[in-house]
Design a protein around this ligand. Structure first.
Ligand code: PHE
Length: 460
């Protein structure tokens, strides 16, 4: 093994990359985005975009990383020349900013785990009000998100093999089992079918331009695309692994968890008579109800277990988010792993403080005058993930199309997949990356920027 380390097995890489993909994006963000964007119609577009556009983007990212064998910055530079390195830096900055707010939400999940298991959260009467109080509690938020950042840092210090691989192996399967058990339970509740209808019967009148770009942003965020996370993980992958197959497994796993999360949340939303459009609070407001209904003992056990698993899922994502800048400092600046990790973890934590205080705790952060009065958390999440990830994907595919070349990418992908060349897959991946992704993702990016900063309705 070389000094950078690597994944010991195909399953190790798949678990780690799927661990990166599966996280708050699936269980927290996906349901509330679906709820805000018309339910089933959003789900349909999200699935189509994931298979048609995001899968090739994922294959391209892993190919770049495996070919170059370096961090995001070094990989672009090695394959494309000095200037392309900036695209790697762009991804690294996105990673740092995404982690800054992600860690805050992970802190909420961690707090809920503690409050359900060791305190009396399940005796509350109004979970909307409880969440509102919870997110403005300075000390709780500070301590829980600090804990989360510390755990992430410890695991990343242990390096790729030991830390990430081992952690992913236990957590993913357990998450599936508990999700399915909860879905079965929630489907038996009164009015649950109204939720199923909302989630699975599309109303095409609901589709707007916003639905399209929200689904695109959600797909990129959920699959950890567009910022070099998979370039970085790809750089640890063996040449004899079949990248196409691994990417397909990761995509399907990620979609499966998001889909199941929706199938759990919407029956609950409707059976509790709640609105599906309440945004980031949604799962925190809706989920405790199901645990409360189970009675004090079982509720604590299952509810605590659920939020603990949500924390694990978030942890494998924060690990990958931190790994991106860490790999850059280790590979490019030759700074020891441990120093890089502590410096970056501190920086990210500090950068996250305004987001943490933006849920009503501090007025200045809670309502940004230059961003339609939205919160800092909304601002950071919309700018650095909803806008920047599809834009990053656009530039990444443009890089392959015009600089590295789909021919070179094919060479790389044929390693570990001898039948790749000349296959339908090759033609599909090359065509999508060359023509469809750069153009379509470019258009999406322009639309979302115009809408978020000017408002599309004001333009027409
Ligand atoms: N995909 C992760 C999630 O769904 C978030 C993430 C985004 C992780 C980008 C790494 C890179 O929670």
């Amino acid at each position: 093994m070389d000094l950078r380390g690597g994944f010991t097995s195909r399953i190790g890489f798949i678990l780690a990359a799927a661990g990166s993909a599966v996280g708050l994006g699936n269980i927290w963000k996906f349901p509330y985005e679906t709820g805000q964007n018309g339910g089933a119609a959003f789900l349909l577009i999200y699935l189509a975009l994931t298979f048609l556009l995001c899968y090739p983007v994922m294959v391209g990212e892993i190919a770049i990383g495996r070919k170059a064998g370096l961090d995001a910055y070094g990989s672009y530079q090695k394959l494309g020349g000095k200037k392309w390195g900036y695209l790697g830096l762009y991804g690294i900055i996105c990673g740092i900013m995404i982690l800054s707010f992600y860690n805050v939400v992970a802190g909420w999940a961690f707090g809920y785990f503690i409050e359900i298991s060791f305190s009396d959260l399940l005796e509350e009467e109004n979970y909307g009000a409880f969440f509102g109080r919870y997110v403005v509690d300075f000390w709780d938020n500070l301590i829980f998100s600090l804990c989360f950042m510390l755990i992430t840092a410890f695991i990343v210090i242990k390096g790729v093999q030991k830390g990430i691989e081992r952690a992913s192996k236990i957590m993913m399967p357990t998450l599936f089992i508990i999700l399915i058990a909860l879905i079965i339970y929630s489907l038996t509740l009164p009015n649950a079918m109204a939720g199923v209808k909302f989630y699975l019967l599309p109303d095409f009148n609901e589709i707007t331009i916003e639905t399209l770009y929200s689904a695109m942003g959600q797909a990129f965020f959920s699959l950890s695309l567009g910022m070099g996370a998979l370039i970085t993980y790809g750089s640890y992958v063996d040449k004899n692994q079949n990248v196409l197959k691994s990417a397909a497994t990761i995509t399907v796993l990620d979609i499966a968890v998001a889909f199941l999360a929706g199938l759990l949340i919407f029956p609950l939303v409707f059976s509790q008579g709640q609105s599906p459009e309440q945004g980031p609070a949604l799962v925190f407001v809706v989920l405790p109800g199901i645990f409360q209904a189970m009675g004090p003992v079982l509720g604590k056990l299952v509810g605590g277990g659920f939020f603990l698993l949500l924390c694990f899922a978030a942890l494998t994502s924060t690990i990958s988010l931190l790994e991106v800048p860490v790999a850059y400092f280790v590979d490019e600046k030759k700074i020891p792993r441990k120093t890089s990790v502590w410096a970056l973890a501190t920086l990210v934590f500090l950068l996250g403080l305004p987001s943490m205080l933006s849920q009503g705790a501090v007025e200045m952060f809670s309502s940004l005058p230059f961003y339609n009065g939205k919160s800092t958390l909304d601002f950071v999440s919309e700018v650095f993930s909803d806008i920047s990830l599809p834009l990053g994907g656009c530039l990444m595919t443009y890089f392959i199309a015009t600089r590295w070349g789909t021919k070179n990418m094919s060479e790389e992908l044929a390693q570990g997949n001898p039948h790749y060349k000349g296959s339908f897959y090759e033609r599909y991946i090359n065509f999508t990356i060359r023509y469809i992704c750069p153009v379509l993702l470019g258009i999406f990016s322009i639309l979302i920027i115009l809408d978020k900063f000017i408002g599309l309705d004001k333009l027409s």
